[in-house]
Design a protein around this ligand. Structure first.
Ligand code: XMP
Length: 533
């Protein structure tokens, strides 16, 4: 395992991903973690970047024990400065903040010395991505330069005898094309980690772990949505404990077209998961009546979801008790109580909750089912909490979940309610469902679905004038959104071939009653967000 200490850089999670892509398990912990609190023995430590300067009064600093741990260390950006500063180097402010591409000249490789290994086989020069306002202006004792750029004489440094390295650039971002190789040199060649973190290994271990914590009788319930995470989590639970896992799908009236039917088909019929679908659309839509404020919509949906889910859980629990009473007393008939709640938490959510935060603010409150635990006496089971989305997808494939589902775009918990910009009614939901379904169908037909990270239609609460035959029309507008994004923290709008947009627009205006105009959203995140609400 590689330990990554997070000083609050927006790229910290990417370092973790890059290690995992080389099949080396890596964990991100806040920079304030004491080495003695880490419950595994790292084979290497990476110090991340940070929005701070090492000499800031409130700057975060690493536990000095890290430098005495006797394992290889790689400092990235602030991590380099922190390491050098700790060891007596000098860090100063740059004249200009350096942000963007730079060319690094790699110092001549002398032989097989440890210091040469980081850039081994990478040639004499490489393009890298820089983002820093400070830089090293004097080397710490016993270090030497292994790379420089026009503006940074100490862009990469190494200790003369220990496996300690510092690099000013960010190897974890895709803008450093050979960054992956630098990370691979560090974790595989220098730390000597074995690349044995694979989903094949994970499945076996995780099923055993689930069986172990649930015991021979424990029952688990969990919400499913039709999305990748809940489907993979449900299938994994089913593999581990069969029908003692009970999935619940709540139809909140703001799902995509035919979603409940499709989930039934997939989870129950194809994957054999024990599933109950509850149609609670009346309740949700009545509580949403007249509500336009996005955060209120989120709150209502979150709370109503909890009410409906709890009611179902109680029904399942009493059915289980009955089954136990009527049983013949054999071990098999004693299936036990519902003790656990399955949650499809992924590693980015874990990182979000533990990572070191500089000044940051909540932009939107994302709906999740965390509230369930407050009232229900359930313990949480989170089989995906160590995984990134791409790992969940790989796991899904191994569990024989069809590719179309595994590659599905994310869909927000509050569903179409946050894509209907005005008040939510059954009629508005229907219009949006139809437009969205045509949009996605055409994207799939054009073979572009997997090229796009997320695509959906939005229903605007405005009316515009149009013409049909000789008649003037006065109807609503659909906005189409499609983005490409690595992690949804930032996103670029997707450039469609014009003829595809033409076909989609013509189908929507012809086939969806109530729509006479279609627009395409050309805003990136930031400053826009992915969803409109
Ligand atoms: P934003 O709009 O914040 O979206 O740029 C980033 C990603 O988060 C999803 N999203 C949500 N997911 N509940 C969710 O479960 C929410 O309330 C919510 N709001 C946004 C959005 O679809 C995108 O993938």
């Amino acid at each position: 395992t590689i330990l990554i200490l997070d000083f609050g850089s927006q790229y910290s999670h990417l370092i973790t991903r890059r290690c995992r892509e080389h099949h080396v398990y890596a964990e991100l912990l806040p920079c304030t973690t004491k080495l003695s609190e880490v419950n595994f023995k790292p084979k290497g430590i990476i110090l991340s970047g940070s929005p701070y300067s090492v000499y800031d009064k409130d700057a975060p600093h690493v536990d000095p024990a890290v430098f005495e741990a006797g394992v290889p260390i790689l400092g990235i950006c602030y991590g380099l400065q922190e390491m050098a500063w700790n060891m007596g180097g000098t860090v100063t402010k740059c004249d200009h903040r350096e942000y963007g591409f730079a060319e690094i000249e790699i110092s001549k490789i002398g032989g097989e010395a440890a210091a040469d290994t980081l850039f081994k086989g990478l040639g004499n020069q490489m393009q890298v991505w820089m983002s820093h306002g400070d830089q090293l202006s004097a080397l710490p004792k016993d270090f030497h330069v292994i790379g420089h750029t026009n503006s940074a004489p100490y862009a990469a440094i190494a200790h003369n005898s220990k496996p300690c390295y510092g690099i000013q650039f960010h190897p974890e971002v895709t803008h450093s094309p050979r960054g992956k190789e630098v990370i691979s040199r560090f974790i595989l060649d220098i730390c000597k980690c074995r690349p044995n973190w694979t989903m094949e290994e994970f499945i076996g271990k995780e099923i055993a772990r689930i069986r172990d914590i649930c015991g021979p009788k424990g029952r688990v319930i969990g919400a499913v949505s039709g999305g990748v995470d809940s489907t993979v989590a449900a299938k994994l639970m089913h593999e581990a404990i069969g029908d003692r896992f009970h999935a619940i799908m709540v139809d909140n009236g703001v799902l995509r077209m035919n979603e409940a039917e499709q989930v039934h088909e997939m989870l129950k019929k194809n994957l054999g998961v024990n599933l109950t679908i509850v149609d609670a659309s009346e309740l949700f839509l009545s509580r949403l009546e007249g509500v336009e404020d996005p955060e209120r919509k989120r709150k209502i949906i979150g709370n109503t979801f909890i009410n409906v889910f709890e009611e179902q859980a109680t029904l399942i629990e009493s059915a289980a008790e009955n089954e136990e009473k009527q049983g013949d007393g054999s071990e098999d008939s004693k299936k036990g109580h519902v003790e656990w709640l399955l949650q499809g938490t992924l590693y980015p959510d874990v990182i979000e909750s533990i990572s070191f935060k500089g000044p940051s603010a909540t932009i939107k409150t994302h709906h999740n089912v965390g509230g369930l635990l407050k009232d229900m006496k359930l313990k949480l089971i989170e089989p995906l909490r160590e995984l990134f989305k791409d790992e969940v997808r790989a796991l899904g494939r191994l569990l024989s979940i069809p590719a179309t589902l595994v590659q599905r775009h994310p869909f927000p918990g509050p569903g179409l309610a946050i894509r209907i910009l005005g008040a939510v009614t059954r009629e508005q939901v229907k219009i949006l469902q139809q437009a969205d379904s045509i949009y996605i169908e055409e994207i799939r037909k054009a073979g572009l679905y997997n090229d796009i990270s997320q695509a959906f239609a939005v229903l605007l609460p405005v009316k515009a004038v149009g013409v049909m035959g000789d008649q003037r029309t006065y109807e609503q507008v659909i906005a189409l959104r499609a983005v490409q994004s690595e992690d949804f923290m930032t996103a670029d709008w997707y450039v469609f071939p014009p003829e595809i947009l033409k076909r989609i627009s013509s189908r929507i205006t012809n086939e969806v009653a109530g729509i006479n105009r279609v627009t395409y959203d050309i805003s990136s995140k930031p400053p826009a967000t992915v969803e409109w609400l």
